[in-house]
Design a binder for this molecule. Sequence first.
Ligand SMILES: *Cc1c(COP(=O)(O)O)cnc(C)c1O
Length: 230
Amino acid sequence: MNVADNIRQIREAMAEAARRSGRPASSVRLMAVTKTVDDDRILAAIRAGVEIIGENYVQEAKRKIEKMGNESEWHMIGHLQTNKAKYAVRLFDMIHSVDRLELAAELDRRARADGRVMKVLIEVNVSGEETKSGVPLATARDLVRAVALLENISIRGLMTMPPWFDDPEEARPFFRALRELRDQITGEGIPQVEMRELSMGMTGDYAVAIEEGATVVRIGRGIFGERPAR
Ligand SMILES: *Cc1c(COP(=O)(O)O)cnc(C)c1O
């Protein structure tokens, strides 16, 4: 199967899952996750009309964006070191992996210097697994309130990565917990905070994530095939 065919199939499954959740297909955007993917196949995904390219590494993203341009949006989804904030602000349309105030404050400082407002999602570690990045569920609201005070940061929603399961149904409670957190935060009416986006769902579990309210699904293997071991 080629990239364009894979994208077409995924879009159909996305639309069906959106319908099951009582939403229009247009309420969920597709991100192609491109770590380890060669340039020709990324360009094929852009030509096939993916809305967003998702990158895990700043350095890799810089090279690709310079080559491929801004036809699609570029979003940062990997762990972001504070000392890379300067480059992240210049490269990305949105950063999904803000999980600590120190990072947000540095992004704010760099965004102000560049005269822009950086759109971010707060990454939440719903499962509490120690190997995962993300702010713990219990302190996520405190982080949102603190980041909301930064003038050059705009919070657009939440992101999560549940534990890996063979059966995607087992990921459902983690997606649901993120949606419930979103609804709680929305209810608080914090100024400057828009809880519009829920970035959740990958190749194995995106349909379940959409049923639970995802607005962005992040798909790598489903579009590009299995990744080589790194
Ligand atoms: C790699 C990655 C994905 C995509 O995973 P697939 O299983 O290949 O769809 C999604 N989100 C993040 C944060 C990733 O690192």
